[in-house]
Design a protein around this ligand. Structure first.
Ligand SMILES: [Cu+2]
Length: 279
């Protein structure tokens, strides 16, 4: 019969060897393929953050599985034993108690500090940061207003005459400031591949930043149950070249020039109108 300490050493050895095998797979194979991809600066940092979280989780997960597997193999009832009985009762084990408390405390404190600095270092990391974000990008920013309403999102471009469009098109390589608001109930603007998710609250200008670095499409979903047709509140956005964006926005301004007079003046938020279209 092995002693308690030799059981402990064996489980520790399996954990160390298992972690040494799994960790490179997590860092080099699983991590880079984590959601939401690398289509924007903030999406990329989310992939990196997800990888760090996985790396921290890996030794703990391996330990729990090693312990489970070891217990199943080593603590079986001896062959031929017909009457089940408990093992010897154990009271206290200072080294394992201290080790567990120290490692879990260090891991939790690290994650708290890491999470906070990641949010500050990446202009809010694609999240809605309220009307006055603590962390802002420097340099030129293209403001795009996202207006949630039952049951679609529309978009206004204040630097292009405040034109309102039904599609979201963005130029590649430009820092975008999404100003997310709502005309009616609470929605949530979620542009998955951009790594952007921000609540759309009526009367609130909720700002989120992202810089698209890849030409392509991205999915848009409402991520807040907002009424009967919430499930249909999705769309596909496009990231295009700066020249294609200029051409597109020019076309939109020409297309909607006739209705611009009926739109309210561009504002950070709009008062709902119970009779007509809100605004
Ligand atoms: Cu919605």
């Amino acid at each position: 019969m092995w002693s308690r300490s030799s059981h402990g050493r064996r489980i520790a050895a399996i954990t160390v060897i298992g972690t040494a095998i799994v960790l490179p797979l997590v860092v080099f194979v699983l991590g880079p393929n984590m959601p939401p991809g690398k289509a924007t600066d903030v999406a990329k940092t989310q992939v990196d953050s997800n990888t760090v979280l996985l790396v921290v989780m890996t030794p703990f997960t391996v330990f729990i599985l090693a312990y489970l597997g070891y217990a199943i193999c080593a603590f079986r009832a001896p062959k031929g034993e017909t009457e089940l009985s408990d093992g010897a009762s154990i009271r206290g084990h200072m080294p394992s108690q201290v080790a567990w408390l120290v490692t879990t405390t260090v891991a939790v404190l690290f994650l708290a500090i890491f999470g906070t600095t990641e949010l500050l270092a990446n202009n809010g990391a694609g999240s809605g940061s309220g009307p006055n974000p603590v962390a802002k990008p420097s340099g030129l920013v293209l403001p795009v207003q996202v207006i949630g309403q039952q049951w679609e999102f529309t978009y206004r471009y204040p630097t292009y005459g405040g034109v309102e469009t039904a599609q979201l098109v963005l130029p590649v390589g430009e820092q975008v400031a999404f100003h997310v608001t709502s005309l009616d109930v609470v929605h949530s603007f979620w542009a998955y591949e951009l790594g952007v998710k921000a609540d759309a609250n009526p009367g609130v200008d909720n700002v989120a930043y992202a810089k698209p670095n890849t030409i392509g499409t991205f999915q848009i979903r409402c991520a807040e149950l907002c009424g009967l047709w919430h499930g249909y509140m999705f769309d596909t956005g496009r990231v295009v070249s700066p020249a294609a964006f200029k051409a597109w926005i020019h076309t939109q301004r020409a297309l909607f020039s006739g209705v611009m007079q009926y739109l309210p003046k561009f504002s950070t938020s709009y008062a709902p109108d119970p009779q007509f279209r809100a605004g």
